[in-house]
Design a protein around this ligand. Sequence first.
Ligand SMILES: *Cc1c(COP(=O)(O)O)cnc(C)c1O
Length: 459
Amino acid sequence: MEIPETLGKILMRSNRSRKISSLPQLWLNPEIRSSDDGPAINSITINNVREAEARLARFAPLLAGLFPELAESHGIIESALLELPSVAGIENPGGRYGKFWIKADHALPIAGSIKARGGIHEVLEFAESLARRHGLPGPRGDYLELASPAARSIFSQHEISVGSTGNLGLSIGIMAAALGFRATVHMSAEAKQWKKDRLRRHGVTVLEYSGDYSEAVEAGRVRASADPYTYFVDDEQSRLLFSGYGVAAFRLRAQLEELAIAVDAEHPLFVYLPCGVGGAPAGVTFGLKHIFGDAVHCFFVEPTASPCFLAQMQNPDWAGITVYDVGLDNATHADGLAVPAASQLAIEEMRPLLAGIATTSDDTLFADLYWLHVQENIRIEPSAAAAFSGPRMLLGGEIGQAYLRRHGLHPSMHRANHILWTTGGLFVPDDEYADFLERGRTVAQATEAGFSSASSIAL
Ligand SMILES: *Cc1c(COP(=O)(O)O)cnc(C)c1O
């Protein structure tokens, strides 16, 4: 049956006025494919991720020399996988849901967040290709030559710039400046003062904008396009960032093997990732799905005020949809996630791979941040706390149970492993952290039964 033109227009318009609830929710991705359906057509390939891994390895000796904090790991920037005995708001008697872990990117050196892998990778790729054009490194292929005065004088003629809510700027700015590049970070309104101060201390130029993240990125993009000596790291479409983030999947596989943790049909792995523009969690998911296929289930978590990835996944016919278009205001204290529009590259890669998206309130973020401090003495920033809402939403709600049923997971849940990806926090100043704790404590106390119910308000 043909749809009359006017009716078609009305349908389209009603589609376009679609709202997203400002309450926490779990959404399941109807487009997810099984690996039995054959490989998805991706514009990124696993070889891109392998290349990123190899590049980070080539540069490791140089990084160990530039950053004393990398001496022990010989220049490899990686975080620990920590067992988490309990999660606020989840009753797990007898381990019926399996085990919980933290992937501790809150402690990643240099950048203090998940941005370290992607951001540093892209700076190194640019430095490497520039150096090669100038015949460096020489015949011995010694990457330490890229820290020589000759290399630095080449790099100093170039600028690397990026738009950021804070953490990507830290990663790109600090790495670029350490190699001798000029570096400029275009910061959106929610960027924290201490992140700007830290960059300036590293000799990075910080330009401040009163607008949101998309505007800061656009301003940076326009300025860079006018200058052939400026290289712009484009978080909304960068394949080099994406593949750098993906390297985490190979590193995690090695950590799981070391702990003798199986991942297969009988031992499902659930991974919960805070999501901003989507590049970092999508890169990790891309790598993990390549390695573990249907045995890994990846969920993103976004603030209720900034679910840009959810908005774009739900509205495939509306490229560039923003959180404002779905009736939300992008106002969240999770500065790393305060992004109005998703990366189209990340969206395209995630359509067949992502299990679902949870949203969570700022109160819940602070309650979880406080809980983690009290229980485990781990310091994270509000964005990273989003990971905690993932398992609560999956295990404690109707929609999550439907997911487990649909994928036949109930019989193996006691053998499952859940990884909460704590994406940032290392450099949060003490006074700022004290404020976060205070707010978390207030939220926790506002509910009668303390932590667990404070945190299960997301349900
Ligand atoms: C950037 C960031 C994320 C999300 O990464 P995107 O690529 O923006 O989705 C999550 N947590 C923290 C702390 C971040 O800085």
